[in-house]
Design a protein around this ligand. Structure first.
Ligand code: DC
Length: 214
């Protein structure tokens, strides 16, 4: 079974997906982690982030797996390494390459053949798993999303103002929605859940109920 969750930054989709996967005993298929692992390899091999051909060939042979909640690249646990700021700086060049997206999509589908999954990422309901049994689009009021993001960053000790966070979120919303390859779109058959008034745990409970009662 595939449960695909999409939504804009700050909608809570990553946390919700992870917790929902745990609750249901499913694999958390984090497509962002796949792009992050690829970007890590590109950086480690000192490939120019504009060298599309080389990046494509790395994507084609990517040795990647999820295991016990960890992320492995070439049999090395890179769960921490893929969260480094350097990855965030370079990842958009990698993500926008059409062929790279095709390889990652194919890899995600291959993984999903062997496991029941909760998957999330910007194009999971539309491109990667258009036939997923359950599709949810988590949304929340822009101000609430900005506040959540601010809370997350502050909790990590990152010194940033509310205004900067809100401006950054606005930029990300626009970039996510206007990207020509794999843009963020509400799938017509996704159940839209407005999480503005709910805590993460409440959202997980709502989704789990929808799945188990269907
Ligand atoms: O969700 P995240 O922050 O780990 O995602 C990392 C990057 O990967 C982010 O810049 C968006 C991109 N991404 C994507 O283009 N398509 C996906 N399905 C998942 C993530």
């Amino acid at each position: 079974m595939i449960i695909a969750i999409d939504g804009p930054a700050g909608s809570g989709k990553s946390t919700v997906s992870k917790l929902l996967a745990e609750k249901l005993g499913f694999l958390y298929l984090d497509t962002g982690a796949m792009y992050r692992a690829l970007t890590l390899k590109v950086i480690r091999e000192k490939i120019d982030s504009r060298d599309e051909k080389k990046i494509e060939s790395i994507a084609a042979g990517l040795n990647f797996r999820f295991q016990d909640g960890r992320v492995f690249l070439d049999n090395e646990d890179v769960t921490q390494a893929i969260r480094a700021p350097q990855i965030d700086k370079n990842i958009s060049d990698v993500c926008k390459i059409k062929k790279v997206r095709e390889y990652i999509v194919a890899l995600a589908r291959k993984i999903a053949r062997n496991y029941s999954c909760v998957t999330e990422g910007r194009d999971t309901t539309t491109v990667i798993f258009p036939a997923a049994e359950f599709k949810f689009y988590l949304d929340a009021d822009y101000k609430v999303r900005a506040e959540r993001r601010y809370g997350e960053l502050s909790a990590k000790g990152i010194n940033i103002s509310r205004e900067e966070v809100a401006a950054d979120l606005k930029r990300r919303d626009e970039a996510d929605m206007s990207r020509t390859v794999g843009p963020l779109k509400k799938s017509a058959d996704a159940q839209v859940i407005d999480t503005t008034a709910f805590s993460i745990d409440e959202v997980v409970r709502i989704l789990a109920e929808k799945i188990t009662s269907a």
